[in-house]
Design a binder for this molecule. Sequence first.
Ligand SMILES: [Fe+2]
Ligand SMILES: [Fe+2]
Length: 214
Amino acid sequence: MSLGWDGPCKRGVALSDVRMNRRPLPQHGKPWEPPAPHACACVADMLGDCHARIRYFASLALRLAEGEACPVDAREAAARIRRYFTEAYPLHVADEHDSILPRLRTRVPDCEPLLTRLENEHRCLDTKLPELLAVCEKLESGAEEECAAAVAKLRSLGECVQTLLDAHLTNEESHLFPLIRERLTPEDRDAIRDEFRARRELAMAASHSQQNED
Ligand SMILES: [Fe+2]
Ligand SMILES: [Fe+2]
């Protein structure tokens, strides 16, 4: 799974397409993928790319819940959802917590109520996402009984997670992104991009060394 913005600066699928709720589950062969990330974009666009991926995987979880018991390729889709929310999503949250919010606190002190609200939303999501990961783990097991129970749980949980996520992402796109574009300095944005890249390089290096140990 790519964690960074090191690909070519092109977009295979419009963002509006990604936001559609109904996408086919990945089938054998080449699965549908979220759009290629920006390589040369502004910070808000980079965060927007992450939001497209978050929406994609949240809607994939809902699609999984539409099956009677275990939809086709549920194991593979559940594994991708779990991998995304375990590996890539925490990097996005760290981008906001460690690179964006502290700078906005310095540059725009009167945006504190917004930043506090966004942090609360992150905490709220942090309590729900582990439930989603646990359900995905059960689906990955492929055990028939576990699978049926997991799909049933996913019907309510998937909806809840998607609602929370969508409200949060929309808040950021409506209120946080304009502040990033308008109130941070070019030096801030350069430093933020460097931090985003370094964070992913570190994660990739840790993942490679973990694989070598396994
Ligand atoms: Fe966020
Ligand atoms: Fe975000």
